[in-house]
Design a protein around this ligand. Structure first.
Ligand code: GLU
Length: 286
């Protein structure tokens, strides 16, 4: 029997999501340029192999927060403060990415999305066309939520879900979530030493989905295991395989794509009846 991981070598359109905590130095919260550099190099190398690549990156709010100091008077409007951080941080984050991509002669583009981008038919159509055109041009789209305008009614809320939506929208064949965990365990390994690591998930059962609800994520990002399992549900229903792997070493990207058994692989089980815009419209943060 051929190894299931062998099929990773044939992936042609890949969405890679990296979380805020993976991009910052733990001690200071400042950007980890070494990691960013390795990330960009890995992405450019996938492009050089002729693959279409999308990067979904968080970090806008975290970078903005580091850039300005918050006065007490502003603390009574936390949403506006978060939006201001995002406005400052998104531009800074892109500037950093652009600089590194330029070193590799790679053109990158920015796409900021909200729930409306998917729910509204015209917006969704336009977004899909933009991605398609960028792929034709050999450009790497860099995606984030449009945090400067996305409040409760229109926010997706976390980038795990956003990346699954993007992967579905662009018809990717792989979604790779890079996070501060090695993959899926039968329980939280930080609390339970008996927790078993799961290498492949062939079917996303209600039991597995329920397991995620009990877990929490790191301080920097929004996603815990729950949002990752929700991402697996969206991606899997839309026919996109997904891998969760640890971003400690960003070079896992090429190792995973060369078929190495790294991270947890969620095999897609396409569901004809899954309606992406309707699903996104009905999503709400808990
Ligand atoms: N979109 C948010 C940001 O860029 C992060 C959301 C998340 O970490 O999931 O800061």
């Amino acid at each position: 029997m051929t190894d299931i991981r062998e099929m990773m070598k044939d992936k042609k359109r890949i969405v890679i999501k990296i979380g805020s905590s993976s991009l910052q130095h733990e001690q200071t919260g400042d950007l980890d340029y070494t990691k960013l550099d390795v990330l960009v190099r890995e992405l450019c190398d996938l492009r050089n192999q002729g693959k279409d690549v999308v990067l979904v990156t968080s970090g806008a709010i975290a970078v903005g927060r580091k850039a300005v100091s918050l006065k007490d008077a502003q603390k009574d409007n936390p949403i506006a403060v978060k939006q201001a951080y995002a406005a400052i941080g998104q531009a800074r984050l892109m500037m950093t990415y652009q600089k590194i991509f330029a070193e590799y002669n790679q053109v990158a583009a920015q796409i900021l999305m909200t729930k409306n981008t998917i729910v509204d038919n015209l917006n969704r159509f336009n977004a899909r066309n933009t991605f398609a055109e960028l792929f034709k041009l050999g450009v790497i789209p860099i995606v984030n939520e449009n945090d400067t305008v996305a409040t409760y009614e229109i926010e997706i809320g976390d980038n795990d879900t956003l990346s699954a939506i993007v992967a579905s929208l662009v018809g990717a064949d792989l979604l790779l979530l890079l996070s501060d965990i090695d993959g899926l365990y039968t329980d939280d390994p930080r609390k339970n030493p008996d927790a078993r690591y799961i290498e492949v998930v062939e079917e996303l059962t209600e039991e597995l989905l329920g397991m995620g609800k009990a877990s929490t994520g790191s301080d920097a990002g929004t996603g815990g295991m729950n949002t990752k399992l929700q991402a697996a549900k969206i991606a899997g229903s839309m026919g996109v395989d997904m891998v969760i792997a640890n971003s400690k070493d960003i070079k896992v990207i090429h190792r995973i794509l060369s078929g190495k058994k790294i991270g947890t692989l969620f095999l897609a089980s396409p569901d004809e009846s899954f309606d992406l815009p309707l699903y996104v419209q009905q999503m709400h943060r808990e």
